[in-house]
Design a protein around this ligand. Structure first.
Ligand SMILES: [Zn+2]
Length: 175
């Protein structure tokens, strides 16, 4: 979050297209609200994307793809099955580029990102700036009503009352 990873994902997709590759982008539906069929960065660039229900027949959506390059945003909202899907796509000659948050709000590895990082040919870790001290922010501070979130609250929480900010490991807090 706030690290520019969606911007980097869009840049990589654009470079793949300039190089003459066809691309297809996907993003997860993360709540019941209408999801725009595009991946958008904070600076206003966007990419058309198909919205997938993460828990529903994930592999089927990637069958018979004609495009050369598969782009996936918010990989942390998909189940572990995404690892096998990406492995199969890459084995089948596709280039897979994905972005995601690698730590939960607790500062723990966020599945399936650790496994995806392990099997990837290349990993780029983008960090944000800690809003408290200006240090390197690797964590997502979840705040509920302005207070640090309780550590046993759900990993994926989609509601109106929580917010996030970028913090370093020293300024990150749990309740
Ligand atoms: Zn800090």
């Amino acid at each position: 979050m706030f690290s520019g990873k969606t911007r980097e994902l869009i840049s990589r997709a654009e470079r793949a297209e300039i190089a003459g590759n066809s691309i297809k982008a996907f993003k997860p539906s993360i709540d019941d609200r209408y999801e725009e069929e595009k991946i958008s960065s904070h600076v206003g660039r966007s990419l058309e994307a198909e919205v997938l229900e993460p828990e529903e027949d994930l592999a089927e959506n990637f069958e018979d793809l004609k495009e050369d390059v598969v782009i996936i945003d918010e990989a942390n909202f998909f189940p572990d099955e995404l690892v096998e899907v990406c492995q199969n796509l890459a084995e089948g000659g596709k280039r897979v580029i994905l972005a995601g948050t690698d730590q939960t709000f607790r500062g723990e590895p966020f599945p399936p990102l650790p496994k995806l990082c392990a099997i990837a040919e290349e990993v780029e870790k983008l960090n944000a700036v800690c809003v408290k001290c200006g240090g390197v922010a690797t964590r997502n501070q979840r705040l509920v009503d302005g207070e640090p979130a309780e550590k046993d609250s759900p990993t994926i929480l989609v509601g109106a009352e929580e917010s996030y900010e970028a913090r370093c490991r020293h300024c990150h807090e749990l309740r």
